[in-house]
Write a protein that binds this ligand. Structure first.
Ligand SMILES: Cc1ncc(C[n+]2csc(CCOP(=O)(O)OP(=O)(O)O)c2C)c(N)n1
Ligand SMILES: [Mg+2]
Length: 349
């Protein structure tokens, strides 16, 4: 397993990726912002100001390390647990909140960002990302395509079909699996009998790499290398980032019903933010004053985004029907009319 920063934040000599001081600090800022955004979302959900929410707590290194080496022309196919990746790519925080507050308008990617709306159906984004990569090759573009998914996605047919195609057609794909040890209540041991997830790449005829997913430098290094391969026409790579889902699956879940407490304690000691913080401190690039500036900036950005998202329109019942077909089929029209009648009836009671 590739590791550059160990659990005590100590760097493996000679393994550091070439990152400027400002880039390292930016990574840290993004990790702090991701954590602050996530914590606020959980509070908003409990206050009834947000719908179901899937926490990214513990995934900060996977997400920031994956997004950091992307170029503006690259395409990104995310899934529902990708907050830090979105923020690193410059997605407006208010939009992200707006989506989880229940309005799909928040998931309409602003012009200039090549981010597909994140997938809720597990693994459905994988073949789509392969299609985008095949298109890039046909159009003779130099962009790579990054697709993220969880360990649970590797049991889906879409995973097999997507990776098989990618191998046969040598597409410029980078597949990043956030192996967070759980797919809701299904543990990693019940997901696959393979010793690692990265080894599955061998069956598709391309390299697989396992990295410490709580080590942002290791994830960054592995993804950078895979992107270079993709851009050079050398084909796809599968990266398994080994991490842990520190929260419940979503706010609708209660992980205490199936997950031992000891696991959480062991993974708390591997906290990705702490690790980068120690590394920066050892290089003389972190002190309490810097921490305060970073924390204050994150808190301010979060509050501003919440206010902006809450000032936007809430979703309407029509939205459930509006975006599936260009012309609504009569049967859906009837259902919409029925929904409106029933809502009007409720309002009148
Ligand atoms: C095709 C499909 N089947 C089932 C579900 C219900 N579901 C939502 S998330 C999830 C587990 C996903 O686990 P994993 O891929 O490991 O991602 P994680 O949530 O751990 O980040 C399941 C089964 C779904 N959304 N789509
Ligand atoms: Mg998982």
């Amino acid at each position: 397993m590739l590791q550059i920063l160990n659990e005590e934040g100590k760097v493996r000599a000679g393994a550091e990726p070439a990152l400027a001081e400002e880039d390292l600090r930016k990574m840290y800022r993004l990790m702090v912002l991701t954590r602050a955004t996530d914590a606020k979302a959980l509070k908003l959900q409990r206050q009834g100001r947000m719908g179901t929410y899937a926490s990214s707590l513990g995934h900060e290194a996977c997400q920031i390390g994956t997004a950091f080496p992307l170029r503006p022309e690259d395409y990104f196919f995310p899934y529902f647990r990708d907050l830090g990746t979105y923020l690193t790519l410059g997605y407006p925080l208010a939009d992200y909140y707006h989506y989880w507050m229940g309005n799909e308008a928040g998931l309409r990617t602003p012009a200039g960002l090549n981010i597909f709306p994140f997938a809720i159906p597990v693994a459905s984004q994988i073949p789509q990302s392969v299609g985008a990569a095949m298109a890039a090759r046909r159009l003779k573009r130099k962009n790579a395509v990054v697709c993220t998914f969880g360990d649970g996605a590797t049991s889906e047919g879409d995973f097999h079909e997507g990776l098989n195609f990618a191998g046969v057609f040598q597409t410029p794909n980078v597949f990043v699996c956030y192996n967070n040890q759980w797919a809701i209540s299904t543990p990693r041991s019940r997901q696959t009998a393979s010793e690692t997830i990265s080894q599955k790449a061998a069956a598709y005829g391309f390299p697989g790499v396992q990295v410490d997913g709580n080590d942002v430098l290791a994830v960054y290094a592995a993804v950078s290398q895979a992107l270079d391969r993709a851009r050079a026409g050398d084909g796809p790579t599968l990266i398994e980032a080994v991490t842990y889902r520190m929260g419940h699956h979503t706010t609708s879940d209660d992980a205490t019903r199936y997950r031992p407490d000891d696991d959480l304690k062991a993974w708390e000691a591997r906290d990705p933010l702490r690790r980068l913080q120690i590394y920066l401190r050892d290089r003389g690039e972190w002190d309490e004053a810097f921490e305060k500036v970073v924390q204050d900036a994150a808190a301010e950005a979060v509050e501003k985004a919440v206010a902006e998202a809450e000032s936007r329109p809430v979703a309407t019942p029509e939205d459930l029907f509006a975006f599936t077909y260009k012309v609504m089929p009569p049967v859906l029209g009837e259902q919409l009319a029925e929904l409106k009648r029933s809502l009007a009836g409720e309002a009148g009671q």
